[in-house]
Design a protein around this ligand. Structure first.
Ligand code: FES
Ligand SMILES: [Fe+2]
Length: 404
């Protein structure tokens, strides 16, 4: 089906595409891949320590702006999306003027979650406990039986608004009160890529949550190298994508690696001018968006994966996945639901039944205390970067590259 998406799609800037395609083309010829220049040792305690997890919860999941999803999660005015994956109830809305807001989804009466988890449309939200009612701008507009309850200053009892921002088709929220969000600063130089992908042109089709007995960073590590493709995924992903071949680019705390589909060489053989090679059809782009998201861009769709610790348990996490497709894919499937069902079935076969299964084995190994550290290879530069980005966030010493 990918052949129908070979042209006409926006993508990363042309000259950057050419540079990346050259690296991949040479890599397919020579077997060379990205090289971090040495190995890195990562302490096992990074995956098991409850004290570290408490610090991560505060720094990453309370105080840091998080990528929540794409603009089409809120497809029209008066759309809402209530999400508790961060561990806090967050209500995201697009108001009647189209403006994106995020609120603490916590009633100002007794603190109950006002809007149940899920998505829909509506401009009034009534709390399930005693029916205080809020507008989708967060204003408290009605106190049930106010004459018997007593006077409440409504202006002072609206839902608490959280810092939020919408830019390049991305929705960002800081889960607790704090400074406004500067999306360009969060992206650390990835704005060009995000803008060129035309993210608002990708329609939201569905979401799922995967639970696994792995540390949340181990879930992110799953998307941090393709050295394992020809082994763990030899019957699945390896049939589509070249293993042990990636590009390597750092954007401040974020990261981008590009993989090549096996039909890359077919296209190279059939399209003589490199400048005409259709970048998006030939590649899978994997972005790490600090601190906890992976954005996958394939020929016809985008996935946003958000990894979270499961409360206070270092050995448990959940991955919230949302799937978005380009209009051409919608036409191809005639039904976004069908595309989504296919995507999740394929994704679960690879990620849940292969990656996270091995991840659970890794987590058990970590808990056994047998090893003091894991080793990240020179061909796994994203893992070096992810872990050092988190260390930077926590103000911890960075992992150092060990050259032979
Ligand atoms: S807690 Fe919401 S109305 Fe009472
Ligand atoms: Fe994998």
């Amino acid at each position: 089906m990918r052949s129908v998406f070979r042209s006409g799609l926006s993508s990363v800037r042309k000259e950057e595409q050419q540079r990346l395609l050259t690296i991949l083309n040479e890599g397919i010829e020579t077997g060379a891949t990205a090289d971090a220049g040495g190995i890195v040792r990562c302490p096992i305690s990074d995956y098991t320590c409850p004290t570290l997890l408490a610090e991560e919860q505060r720094v990453f999941f309370r105080d840091t702006p998080l990528l929540m999803g794409l603009s089409t999660d809120l497809p029209e005015n008066d759309s809402y999306w209530s999400d508790t994956e961060t561990g806090l109830p967050i209500l995201m809305v697009r108001d009647d003027t189209g403006t994106f807001h995020a609120f603490a989804n916590t009633c100002r009466h007794r603190g109950t979650q006002v809007v149940a988890d899920g998505r829909g449309t509506g401009n009034r939200f009534s709390c399930p406990f005693h029916a205080w009612t809020y507008s989708n701008k967060g204003d408290l507009i009605a106190v049930n039986k106010e004459s018997s309850f007593g006077h409440v200053e409504k202006k002072e009892h609206g839902l608490v608004e959280l810092p939020s921002a919408e830019k390049y088709g991305m929705l960002w929220v800081r889960p607790t009160r704090g400074d406004p969000i500067d999306v360009d600063q969060c992206l650390g130089g990835l704005a060009d890529d995000m803008e060129h992908w035309n993210l608002p042109g990708h329609g939201y089709t569905g979401s799922q949550v995967l639970h696994a007995d792995i540390n949340w960073k181990l879930a992110i590590d799953t998307f941090g190298e393709n050295y394992h493709f020809d082994v763990l995924h030899r019957e699945t992903l390896s049939k589509e994508i070249h293993g042990n071949l990636q590009t390597n680019d750092i954007f401040d705390l974020n990261y981008r690696m590009v993989f090549a589909y096996h039909h890359f060489k077919e296209i190279v053989a059939n399209v003589p001018e490199q400048s005409n090679w259709p970048f998006r059809s030939m590649t899978l782009c994997v972005y790490f968006i600090y601190p906890n998201a992976i954005l996958l861009v394939d020929p016809y769709s985008v996935d946003v994966l958000r990894m979270f610790p499961d409360n206070d348990q270092p050995g448990k996490s959940r991955t919230a996945q949302s799937f978005y497709i380009v209009p051409e894919a919608e036409e191809h499937f005639q039904d976004g639901g069908e595309a989504c069902a296919q995507r999740f079935a394929g994704f679960n076969q690879v990620v849940l039944e292969e990656d996270y299964l091995v991840g659970e084995s890794t987590q058990r190994g970590a808990l056994s205390g047998a090893n003091t550290h894991l080793v990240f290879g020179r061909n796994e530069p994203a893992l070096h970067h992810y872990h050092n980005a988190h260390r930077r966030g926590l103000g911890k010493p960075l992992l150092e590259v060990e050259t032979a």
